[in-house]
Design a protein around this ligand. Structure first.
Ligand code: G6P
Length: 612
């Protein structure tokens, strides 16, 4: 989604803003812009449609310098991607503002501002906020007070950074519903929507709370809560290094992140399992007692994280014998969910900021759940801060829009949850626990072995490049794996791909099968192997081309219409879904590379969807 960076310093801040924008680009963007106050006290702005690189080129021809500035990457919500709609938005060439989020009452505010003579040059809700603050400046003359006044009138979600040439020493920032982090330097201060933007300049951060407004000067930061009271917010030191988000030798972040999975999974399991048992402390000090009380689980998430939840359902039901519902957050939040007694709410999110999942977590807070657990990859995120229990995935920053290592680390964390619930409910004896833990500990090596299949999968990908559609099939726990495979392919290669539970084939999708419809099947040798084998025979009988991901024991044999990729280590019920995801990620990746799409930043998509 949109990204914000701002800086006030003794030095020229434009290079800091540009580096910050580059580091935020992964969140999704369609235009970028920045403004700095030059030494003559004028606001100098540059905005370009397209990538941050386009803005950099524009700045090469028309340089901008200044010691205070704000910048933005935009993902259009109100108004098409066009220069006039890019941020920073101005009011009267005096005030500049960048904004993430959506202002819901922008229409009423716009009418009243128009009546007062304000001219609108964009279609954005953001310009409304700029004019509103400007209007307050006319009477108050103080930027902080004007922002505080204006944000009280806003409905919706926002992260804002504002500067004004009439108040040239400070940036004011505000948060409601979208994250804002302040970076602490020595004689310089920064603001951003994500710490990734600021890692090259600092590791010291303060996260604003909902409703906070903050003032950044060179010498210091002051923070005020929604009532205007000065407050202290805790400073944290990030362990991430600036190069944690570098691409290194890899052609794309996605490929780098696919290859980081053995390590990311190992880190997620670390200190949570010993050689033969799950550590009770993995879910926090009080969790053991709490998990024993759980009588059912509701899992809520979006996108790839939702698929992780669907996989966990099979494992929780099997290992813990507990009912488990899994639902898309944007649906859950607008139902009136009926919550039976002693149910555990689980939200899964890479970013911890996805608007629908966060809203679902908040709704769950009113519904009398036993507890709310967040499985999340960003320690400083809203979901982590607002949940009762937290299990961090330790994937490290994920930059590619198509989620890879976040997914397999979520699966690892969820496997731990299934085990912990099974144990708490007395369904797992020491031997079963030791076996499950051994299976989990072998997962990084099994993923490494799956990554070795890169060569044959790349060859296979050539086959799919000119196809317009693909069907993915799986059964049982591998049905959601097939869904994730289809999502990966459509996200980055733009090939229309759908997943079906293979048992449903006869109920409709079989009608689509002909020589132009590749069928990609996830078919390990498990209890459902013979079932899916019959389903695939139905496809073959109709001339369909099969791509089967399986293992040596399954006995699938290749022929001119059947390609078989056999995984060297198939894993057991807890780990097979993660292992079989690897070839599907590689397949989508190579198809996209062959097609020449923008793998890391697919069109129309955003990494972190912080608006509805
Ligand atoms: C976006 C991303 C997906 C991600 C989904 C949920 O659509 O492009 O990769 O799965 O959001 O994000 P979350 O951060 O909540 O896991």
């Amino acid at each position: 989604m949109c990204g914000i960076v701002g800086a006030v310093a003794e030095r020229d801040v434009v290079p800091i803003l540009m580096e910050g924008l580059r580091r935020l680009e992964y969140r999704g963007y369609d235009s970028a812009g920045l403004v700095a106050l030059d030494d003559d006290g004028d606001l100098k702005r540059a905005r370009e449609v397209g990538k941050v690189a386009a803005l950099a080129e524009a700045l090469d021809s028309n340089p901008v310098h200044g010691r205070i500035g704000i910048a933005h990457t935009r993902w259009a919500t109100h108004g098409a991607p066009a220069e006039r709609n890019a941020h920073p938005q101005f009011s009267s060439n005096e005030l500049a503002l960048v904004h993430n989020g959506i202002i819901e009452n922008h229409s009423a505010l716009r009418d009243s501002l128009k009546a007062k003579g304000y001219r609108f040059l964009s279609d954005t809700d953001t310009e409304v906020v700029a004019h509103r603050i400007h209007e307050h400046m006319q009477t108050r003359g103080d930027l902080l007070a004007s922002v505080q006044e204006a944000v009280r009138e806003l409905d919706g979600a926002y992260a804002l950074a504002v500067m004004d040439r009439r108040d040239p020493e400070r940036i004011i920032t505000a948060r409601q519903g979208c994250p804002v982090v302040i970076g602490i330097g020595i004689g310089e201060h920064f603001v951003a929507s994500d710490i990734a933007a600021l890692l090259p300049v600092t590791r010291r951060f303060i996260f604003l709370e909902e409703g906070d407004v903050a003032e950044l000067r060179r010498e210091g930061v002051r923070i005020f809560d929604r009532n205007g009271q000065a407050v202290e917010r805790r400073e944290t030191e990030s362990q991430l290094s600036a190069d944690a988000v570098e691409r290194g030798e890899y052609r794309h972040y996605m490929l780098k992140e696919i290859h980081e999975q053995p390590n990311a999974v190992a880190e997620t399991l670390e200190e949570r399992v010993t050689h033969d048992h799950l550590l009770a402390a993995a879910f926090g000090p009080d969790a053991e007692r709490l998990l024993a009380e759980v009588e059912g689980v509701h899992i809520i998430a979006c996108g790839t994280s939702y698929h992780a939840g669907m996989i966990a359902r099979y494992q929780i039901e099997q290992l813990a014998g507990l009912p488990c519902n899994v639902e898309i957050a944007s649906e859950y939040r607008y139902r009136d969910p009926v919550v039976p007694e002693r149910h555990l709410f689980v939200c899964i999110s890479q970013s911890g900021e996805t608007a629908d999942t966060l809203a679902a977590l908040r709704l769950a807070g009113e519904k009398g759940y036993l507890a709310r657990l967040a499985i999340c990859n960003v320690p400083e995120s809203s979901m982590v801060r607002e949940s009762d229990l937290v299990l961090m995935t330790r994937a490290g920053p994920e930059i590619g829009v198509a989620s890879t290592k976040a997914f397999t680390t979520q699966l690892s964390a969820l496997a731990l949850l299934a085990l912990a619930l099974g144990k708490a409910h007395g369904r797992l004896d020491a031997e079963a626990e030791a076996n499950a833990v051994a299976e989990l500990r072998a997962l990084p090596t099994a993923i490494e072995a799956a990554l070795e299949l890169d060569g044959p999968i790349e060859k296979l990908a050539e086959h799919l490049v000119h196809r317009h559609h693909a069907l993915f099939l799986g059964r049982g726990v591998h049905y959601p794996v097939a869904m994730e495979g289809a999502l990966k392919l459509k996200e980055i290669s733009y090939i229309h791909a759908e997943a079906y539970a293979a048992g449903e084939l006869k109920h409709g999708p079989l009608a689509l099968v002909d020589e132009d419809m590749p069928i990609i099947a996830v078919a390990p040798s498990d209890a459902l192997l013979e079932k899916i084998r019959s389903n695939l025979e139905e496809v073959r009988a109709r001339g369909g081309e099969l791509i089967v991901f399986s293992d040596a024991e399954s006995g699938f044999l290749p022929d001119e219409r059947t390609h078989v990729i056999a995984l060297p280590r198939a894993g057991g019920p807890l780990t097979a879904p993660a292992i079989f995801t690897i070839p599907l990620q590689l397949l989508a990746y190579h198809v996209a590379v062959h097609k020449g799409t923008d793998v890391d930043k697919p069109r129309n998509l955003a990494k972190s969807v912080t608006v509805e």
